[in-house]
Design a protein around this ligand. Structure first.
Ligand SMILES: Cc1cc2nc3c(=O)[nH]c(=O)nc-3n(C[C@H](O)[C@H](O)[C@H](O)COP(=O)(O)OP(=O)(O)OC[C@H]3O[C@@H](n4cnc5c(N)ncnc54)[C@H](O)[C@@H]3O)c2cc1C
Length: 457
């Protein structure tokens, strides 16, 4: 066994904290220091009190089919706090009204024209069917999701189906997002299938086979909020967390690393044997400038979308909107989605209607310039309208702004990630992980944290 070492983790989001937890399991005697620039742990994991409940204003559901998040929650001894959704039936708001989200798509990409009647216009459905008559698809490198689908299946599939789903996950635009990075399974099946519909069918069937066709719930949450996980992770990892302590410089020494941390005017030096960087891409670029300069350009090529989430408690009343509404840009609406939390999660049902809604997409962030009060009032009005509320006056609201909330996997993203990984791999004892690379969801971040720990050990 090698002697105890000091791991320094930069960033106390889910990636950094999951890495600290995993490191502790595998190296019980090491010292773990987590540096956090902000004044709280959790990064995008965040909860508020709303109408007597813990209520998530960052991630509110984790994919159960990417098992790392559910397993981590179990490993933390919180299995009894896991909750499956009471309903997952969502609808899409379109200029001609509200339509149930068609089943069986791959992030909105249909596997056939079946079930699209009414959701798309007759011309739109015909356009999807017509893909069978197109020449086999040959792709040369990464392409934008929107461009490819517009060409093969028509604009309506993008504007009405794919945009709302991708917009929900990335707050991004289908016309700029990378096919290979945002739909890797579908992209992998394209060469064999020769058509988008065929690749969507193959990728859906392969997913079902790998799950053994056991149709468990797709999503899960935590009774006290996903925002409860950071505290549990810090306690279980025994890491020393230093809040309000940004890392702003990293250099190699004869035996490991030296970080300059704390206020830039009066920096403190901290030595480390191993370093894991989980700060968002632009911050990571600055930190790696000296030790891994080849990572800087590709890191700077990963922009972020900003958004705001408004959590609202209305008087209890009936709304027939299932788990919520997706609101694509074609509607011209302010909000981009509404989650009806008190319908989606049984533990949030009770004496109030709990709803959250978000505003802001990549390159469409002007509404975020409004004051807190103004933005909240506008979101409340839009949501009350979309849900057709009889009692439109909220009992409570909370606004949370996420400047740089979600990284954008633009065309060429996989090549950027490969370049960053290669540059960092050239520095023994250094790793990088987080939402910027191979999945923005919480389970993907945890998976990336474990991969980084493996690489360092
Ligand atoms: C509004 C919203 C809703 C979402 N909903 C979902 C959802 O329902 N399901 C899901 O799976 N995912 C969801 N996501 C995505 C997911 O929450 C994030 O991608 C993930 O939490 C990011 O984790 P991270 O640790 O990689 O980064 P972060 O959470 O950004 O953590 C990085 C940390 O590094 C710190 N830092 C930055 N610079 C420095 C520095 N120089 N020194 C020290 N510390 C530094 C930051 O302050 C931050 O705390 C959502 C995201 C947002 C914004």
């Amino acid at each position: 066994m090698t002697p105890p070492r000091r791991l320094v983790v930069v960033g106390a989001g889910i990636t950094g904290l999951a890495a600290a937890f995993e490191w502790r399991r595998r190296r019980p005697d090491d010292e773990i220091v987590v540096l956090e620039a902000g004044d709280r742990i959790g990064g995008k994991l965040h909860r508020v009190e709303l109408a007597g409940h813990w209520y998530d204003t960052g991630p509110e559901a984790v994919l159960a089919r990417v098992p790392e998040a559910v397993r981590l929650i179990e490993d933390l001894g919180l299995a009894d706090r896991l909750v499956a959704p009471a309903t997952t039936q969502a609808s899409v708001v379109l200029p001609d009204g509200r339509h149930p989200l068609p089943a069986g798509t791959v992030l909105g990409v249909p596997a056939s024209a079946d079930g699209l009647d009414g959701f798309l216009s007759p011309d739109g459905v015909a356009r999807v069917r017509a893909e069978a008559a197109l020449p086999p698809l040959r792709l040369d490198g990464d392409v934008a999701v929107g461009g490819l689908l517009r060409e093969r299946l028509g604009d309506e599939v993008v504007d009405r189906l794919v945009e709302p789903l991708l917009g929900g996950v990335y707050a991004g635009r289908a016309d700029e997002l990378s096919l290979a990075a945002t739909m890797p399974a579908l992209a992998a099946h394209l060469p064999g299938a020769g058509s988008v519909l065929g690749a969507a069918a193959a990728s859906r069937d392969a997913g079902a086979r790998s799950r053994g066709d056991v149709d468990g719930p797709v999503f899960a949450t935590v009774r006290d909020g996903i925002g409860a996980l950071p505290e549990a992770l810090v306690a279980a990892s025994g890491a020393l967390v230093r809040l309000r302590t940004p890392a702003h410089g990293l250099r190699r020494t004869a035996t490991g690393f030296e970080l300059s941390i704390g206020p830039a005017a009066v920096p403190e030096l901290l030595t480390a044997d191993v370093v894991l960087v989980t700060a968002p891409a632009a911050k990571a670029a600055r930190l790696l400038a000296e030790v891994a300069p080849a990572a800087v350009g590709p890191l700077q090529g990963i922009p972020y979308a900003s958004m705001a989430v408004v959590a609202m408690a209305f008087p209890a009343q009936d709304v027939a909107a299932g788990s919520g509404l997706l609101v694509p840009p074609v509607t011209g609406r302010l909000v981009k989605g509404v989650t009806v939390s008190s319908a989606k999660w049984a533990h949030l049902a009770g004496d109030a209607l709990l709803v959250r809604s978000s505003v802001g997409r990549f390159r469409d962030e002007s509404q975020l310039q409004r004051s807190d009060d103004d933005l909240t009032a506008a979101v409340v009005a839009d949501v009350a309208d979309l849900l057709g509320l009889a009692q439109r006056e909220p009992l409570e609201t909370r606004l949370v702004r996420w400047g740089g909330g979600l990284p954008q996997y633009l065309v060429g993203h996989p090549a950027r990630v490969a370049a960053i990984r290669a540059a960092v791999a050239g520095v023994p004892g250094l790793a990088i992980a987080g939402a910027a690379f191979e999945g923005v969801g919480v389970p993907a971040c945890i998976r990336d944290a474990y991969r980084a720990v493996d690489s360092l050990l």
